[in-house]
Design a protein around this ligand. Structure first.
Ligand code: ZN
Length: 181
């Protein structure tokens, strides 16, 4: 078991587009295990590889801590591509382990279809809506180098500046390991 430090707002890797994974090997499986340990330790329900300092196109989701989703299985999405989005948008309040303590309303499509490779190197196509869709879209954004502040309007982004500066300066109260400044 290894808990890795989580990258936070201001760490350059979070703004860079991740690179595609070339096959699932033992090294990648170890990365994925460490990502699950790190995410669970921090109380998260989704985590992208660049949130543990690895610029690979891969994220994990485990909604089982969420009420009503207790039976859901953890999923690993490698080289994902969103192939379609519903016309209907919904607003949900989002948080992010790389933006500790910050919450913001974000508008996104309700339903999506996403294509990815699983850990058996099989192609999977998922159609999701509601919370699972929301978490997947948030994590997918990480792989594109985008964070919550990139998905809100200028007015709200301005309101978040103080909290963002606190996060960057490591002044926020955080109960899991993060990267050093
Ligand atoms: Zn996030």
């Amino acid at each position: 078991m290894a808990i890795l430090p989580i990258t936070v707002y201001g760490d350059k890797i979070l703004n860079e587009k991740t690179k595609n994974v070339n096959g699932v090997d033992d090294e990648l499986i170890l990365i994925i295990r460490n990502m699950f340990d790190t995410m669970r330790n921090a109380g998260g329900i989704g985590l992208a590889a660049n949130q543990v300092g690895i610029s690979k196109s891969l994220f994990i989701v485990d909604l089982s801590p969420v009420e009503g989703y207790e039976d859901s299985k953890p999923i690993v999405l490698i080289n994902p591509i969103i192939t379609s989005e519903s016309d209907e948008n919904v607003i949900y309040e989002e948080g992010c382990l790389s933006l500790p303590n910050l919450r913001a309303d974000v508008e996104r499509p309700d339903a999506i279809q996403i294509k990815y490779i699983n850990t058996d190197e099989k192609e999977v196509i998922l159609e999701v809506d509601d919370w699972l869709s929301r978490v997947i879209q948030h994590e997918y954004d990480h792989l594109l180098g985008k964070l919550i502040p990139d998905r809100v309007d200028q007015k709200l982004k301005k309101m978040l500046q103080k909290e963002l500066a606190q996060i960057m300066n490591r002044e926020a109260d955080i109960n899991y390991p993060i990267t050093e400044k």
